[in-house]
Structures are given as structure tokens and as C-alpha cells.
Design a protein around this ligand. Sequence first.
Ligand SMILES: [Zn+2]
Length: 89
Amino acid sequence: MEVQIRETCKECGGSGIISNPLYEDLLKLDRKKKKEKGRYLTNEEVEEWFSNQGYDPKKPPPEEYGCDNCGGTGKTTRWISIEEFKKLL
Ligand SMILES: [Zn+2]
């Protein structure tokens, strides 16, 4: 016998949303620029960066996207055996 359990999604931590790691890189670069040059990246530099990453700068990828693992619900379900279920209690 098996039971179905509902858990918080491990991929997104229950938010249903994954932040695009690309933007973390961009943010780091922006901070580095500020530190080294005393100014943040210009729009042109951001566009150039996207272009170098292989994206169309006019259509940059989304900053966040729905989690594939849970379909954006933040919860996942799985079937486990009664034995395994007892261990969780
Ligand atoms: Zn998720």
C-alpha cells in the first residue's frame, strides 16, 4: 500500500517562483562597476552584456519564472510506501 503526500517544493522552497541566476550575475557586475568606476552600468552596457550572454537585449529573459518542479504551486506530491510514511510521523 502507498500513500500520497504533499510537500513543500524543494526547488523553489514553496514560493513557486525561481529567480533567474542570470540577474544575480548582472547585479554582481553592477556592484563591481560601482566599486571600480564609481558608477553603475549604463543601459548600453547592460544590453551589451545580455548580447554577450547570447540573449536578445531587446527581449531579455524574465527575472523570475514559474518553478517547473511544482508547476508554480510551491507544493509537490509523491507516493510513498506506508513504511516510509511511518518514518515521517
Ligand atoms: Zn517549486
